[in-house]
Write a protein that binds this ligand. Structure first.
Ligand SMILES: C[S@@+](CC[C@H](N)C(=O)[O-])C[C@H]1O[C@@H](n2cnc3c(N)ncnc32)[C@H](O)[C@@H]1O
Length: 298
């Protein structure tokens, strides 16, 4: 179940991008010419570290987060990785950024806007602190594309179960929006809103990273994915997470009987996947669909 803290600490966050893909994006977007950079909602710095490799060698890079504990953690892990760049770690809120207007060449975020009740206000604030001619770069997921995952067990599933599981996450997502806790598939909405703001040259790219599981599951990335499958299964039994899922599902338009029945289908399904992994009979090609949305401030 989506939960920002667990997502933030999830080790799979290091496997969202192919580095040569990001290098290609940096070329297209001319990121090497950016010297003043702001990463908003930086968490423990997964994205900050990626971005640092793509921008000017003498860049000033600000990593801002509203949670002091994350700022502290990135402060402890990131500094002096590249002595020619200067890193600053700042507590602050995307709705009220502590910077003057027109300051940054590049203002970026990763998996921030999907968590916000008011992403448009956040976008406006990010644009305010960006120079005219500067870039904003949003790395946000499109989780909707993952609701129909297709693995080598799929032929054994009832079509009704596949549809029920997809419906579960669609209603969950709608309920989350209704509770004003964000939108797990925000890209179309962000694009629609961004196009109305003071920007030009909007570009969108989808990551080319595919997460795969296949026997003998020996890579670190595969081990992490399997671990996360187990964590996801356990989370369904945590009362707080169960309640959140139920609240979202009902707000999204589902009913309680269906919720309980589908949760059992999902749990059984994950257990079957884990068993197939144990038996070395499981393969899965999962795209974690993340879009890079860029725009230039007018
Ligand atoms: C899912 S994490 C993403 C962290 C990081 N960008 C990454 O890619 O790993 C979302 C982060 O946004 C931060 N955040 C949420 N709302 C915020 C706000 N209003 N202002 C600043 N940061 C915020 C959270 O504290 C969390 O660290």
């Amino acid at each position: 179940m989506p939960h920002s803290e667990e997502h933030l600490l999830a080790k799979s966050r290091d496997y969202v991008w192919n580095d040569d893909f990001l290098a290609q994006m940096a070329k297209r977007l001319k990121l090497k010419s950016c010297t003043n950079i702001l990463d908003v909602g930086a968490g423990i710095g997964h994205w900050t570290k990626k971005i640092a490799k793509l921008v000017a060698k003498n860049a000033n890079i600000y990593a801002l987060d509203q949670e002091p504990q994350w700022t502290q953690q990135s402060f402890e892990t990131i500094p002096n990785k590249n002595a020619t760049q200067n890193f600053q770690f700042i507590n602050g809120n995307v709705y009220n950024l502590p910077f003057e207007d027109n300051y940054f060449d590049l203002t970026t975020c990763q998996t921030l806007l999907l968590h916000l009740a008011n992403p448009v206000l956040a976008l406006k604030e990010m644009l305010r602190v960006t120079k005219s001619g500067g870039l904003i770069l949003l790395s946000e997921p499109e989780n909707f594309k993952n609701y129909f995952y297709y693995d080598n067990l799929n032929k054994n599933r009832l079509v009704e179960d596949i549809l029920a599981m997809a419906k579960f996450w669609i209603l969950f997502e709608r309920g989350k929006i209704i509770h004003a806790l964000g939108n797990n598939s925000p890209c179309s909405y962000l694009l629609f809103q961004l196009a109305k703001l003071n920007v030009t040259n909007i570009n969108i790219y989808q990551n080319d990273k595919v997460q795969t599981l296949y026997p003998p599951y020996h890579t670190i990335e595969q081990q992490i994915l399997i671990e996360e499958l187990k964590v996801n299964l356990a989370r369904f039994s945590e009362p707080e997470q169960y309640q959140i899922a139920q609240n979202f599902y009902l707000a999204g338009g589902g009913n309680i009987t269906e919720f309980k029945a589908t949760l059992e289908i999902i749990k059984t399904d994950i257990q079957k996947c884990l068993k197939a992994i144990e038996d070395k009979e499981y393969a899965n090609v999962t795209g974690l669909a993340v879009n890079l949305i860029s725009a230039q401030k007018l």
